[in-house]
Design a protein around this ligand. Sequence first.
Ligand code: SF4
Length: 410
Amino acid sequence: HPVPFATPERVQDAINQGNRDEPIPDQAMDYSTYLEADGYGQLKGVLNDGEANHETIIQTLENAKLRGLGGAGFPTGSKWRIVRDYPAPRLMAVNIDEGEPGTFKDHYYLKRNPHRFLEGMLIAATVVDAAKIYIYLRDEYAGIRKLLQRELDALIRNPPCPLPPIELRRGAGAYICGEESAMIESIEGKRGIPRLRPPYIAEKGLFGRPTLEHNMETLYWVPELLEKGPDWFSAQGRNGRYGLRSFSVSGRVKKPGVYLAPAGITLNELIAEYCGGMQKGHRLKAYFPGGASGGILPASLADIPLDFDTLHEYGCFIGSAAIIILSDQDSVREQALNAMRFFADESCGQCTPCRVGTEKAATLMSEQEWDQPLLQELCQVMSDASICGLGQAAPNPLRSALKYFPEEFA
Ligand code: SF4
């Protein structure tokens, strides 16, 4: 079988990527500037108010309707409460693997204000009483790693309050290590493959201990949310949705980039209000609403609210809000094949439906004529029987291409 296990060459490629001489981003706010701007004030407040106030903080997050922004959208306050209710010692893991194709929001925020994320991380660690924190950083972000290490060193040299031990860990270029349990295996020093659940990692995570796992951006919002209150955050949604989302927009628009916009904004609104419209000579044809795994939607569905839970009836999801915009000059068929090849390459190989299914689907999709009944059957097996989200979501671009763009397969 030609894929998917990491060959020595692939591992070396990843290490070379991470070792490349990328400069530290110069627009980052450093520790002293952050402190001058009352940085770490919310953390000190949480510590001063003591444990009695921790439930209030959790309620604030719940009232703000803050959800996990790595893709799964689990309510943040509830997660903190669940972890806190398990016996100590508890641990914490921060996921900055950011491997979903089209997602670049964590990089965007980290290179500007790393301490805002670190403050949110330390508030979370205080509330769940985490004995140690592991930060798992995408290895390709070589400049960000230097920046984070420099700022962590500054923080630890001159801490605003007692800190738990913090370790910055390098990933090694594997998409699957963005899956929380595979990331935990990787932090433990093992091959990064997802675990069967239950038990969930809130109960048995790192080294068998209860673990709070969060995407970087979720923690990034915590200090501002505590400062401005839950209503400020939850009031910002649109079309009946709550809060803010950081959309990573790429593709055929005039101004691709990271845009902080109301949750529930539609694609047409996002393109018109934030992205400067479509590129000259391009007409909107389709879009990936959630990176490679979130499926593909047609232009006729560009007026539905973009948020967690709103796209399921269309066979798609928003995930980490990576919007990839395709025009009349793009082939959806080619894009679906490209996504399937990606999944075949990144499958960890642990379970057969995904390991064999993605490879077989990519082979069938490379044919001039697609065997649609067989592909549909493969999709069903992959989504029903795969262990983790990679195999379960791999069929999404294929299924939606067949459903919404039948003319490309006539
Ligand atoms: Fe690995 Fe794919 Fe199975 Fe997930 S679904 S455990 S990535 S083989």
